[in-house]
Ligand binder design. Structure first.
Ligand code: C5P
Length: 289
């Protein structure tokens, strides 16, 4: 049987708000999410190994059940009531790890799309999305991608109009920030500001890039953590190059800026690359399915 290949696109947060604490230990969120053109490459192959394992070009990525991609493949098989004699998932990672760009979630979502192709589209896109909810908080969004409002843990999704054409410059400092650690830190302080999510939705409906960028905001940047100084420094550098708006994505540590002009974006990326190894330009990606 032929190998199945899928692109696992990264996400960025155009806004990130925390609207409440839940009884299950999670937080209620309100986030505008956007798929971007930075991606991992996924290959799924059937074999006779008797196991389902993942292999990656990065040695520290686990190959067993700790990997969301492996859990996604097993959940899919359970759901459709099929068994396989063995499955190999190859993951070529280009999305920076520990960046707040949903790399692990996106790999898992790509595996769900790939498994569904392997089994003749047994599940509808909505069914795949529902299945993804139990794999990780951002996995449901990554199944269809595009532009969406995510609420609840991140799994309640509303499709939004396509993001206006633009260029993103994404820059990830060398350090990563642990997601549970940052949630704990934010619980310790009252939130000073919230993003104007309604204003962003209005601006998206009008296709007004400047109005969107003016309102981008991530509440995690308010956390008292010295690493936020580096985040602020990258934002300032992006401003020097004329970004329309810049925030940290998810729980970081990647920061992005939005540009209308490709040349300006490239100049900003080249400059930042001198100080930060992970620095890319990317574009918005429309809905995947
Ligand atoms: O679901 P995921 O594994 O991505 O979440 C990682 C951790 O982030 C959770 O264990 C939880 O501590 C925190 N989290 C949260 N509220 C959310 C999403 C994640 O508190 N909506």
């Amino acid at each position: 049987m032929k190998d199945i290949k899928e692109k696992a696109y990264a996400k960025i947060n155009i806004s990130l708000d925390i609207t409440g604490c839940r009884d299950d230990g999670y937080h209620d969120m309100m986030m505008v999410m956007q798929t971007v053109s930075i991606c991992d490459d996924i290959k799924i192959s059937l074999n006779d190994s008797g196991t389902i394992r993942a292999y990656s070009n990065l040695r520290f990525i686990p190959g067993d059940d700790r990997n969301l991609a492996v859990r996604a493949a097993k959940r899919y098989l359970e759901e459709i009531g099929e068994r396989v004699s063995g499955l190999r998932i190859d993951i070529r990672k280009d999305i920076p790890v520990g960046a707040g760009m949903g790399g692990g979630s996106s790999d898992a979502a790509a595996v769900l799309r790939g498994m569904n192709r392997l089994f003749d589209d047994r599940l509808s896109p909505d069914e795949l999305q529902k299945l993804a909810e139990n794999v990780g908080s951002d996995t449901a969004f990554c199944v269809k991608g595009g532009t969406a409002l995510a609420e609840g843990r991140g799994e309640i999704l509303t499709e939004l109009p396509d993001f206006p054409d633009c260029f993103f410059v994404v820059c990830k400092p060398e350090f990563s920030i642990s997601t549970p650690e940052l949630f704990k830190k934010i619980d310790a302080v009252p939130l000073r500001h919230h993003p104007d999510t309604c204003g962003i939705l209005d601006a998206l409906n009008k296709g007004n890039l400047k109005e969107i960028c003016r309102r981008m905001y991530n509440v995690f940047e308010d956390v008292d953590d010295r690493r936020m100084r580096t985040v602020a420094e990258i934002k300032n550098r992006l401003l020097d190059f004329g970004t329309l708006g810049s925030i940290m994505t998810g729980t970081g540590s990647a920061v992005f800026g939005v540009f209308e002009d490709k040349n300006k974006a490239q100049l900003a990326a080249e400059s930042l690359k001198q100080d930060y190894r992970f620095c890319f330009t990317a574009m918005p990606v429309k809905k995947l399915m």
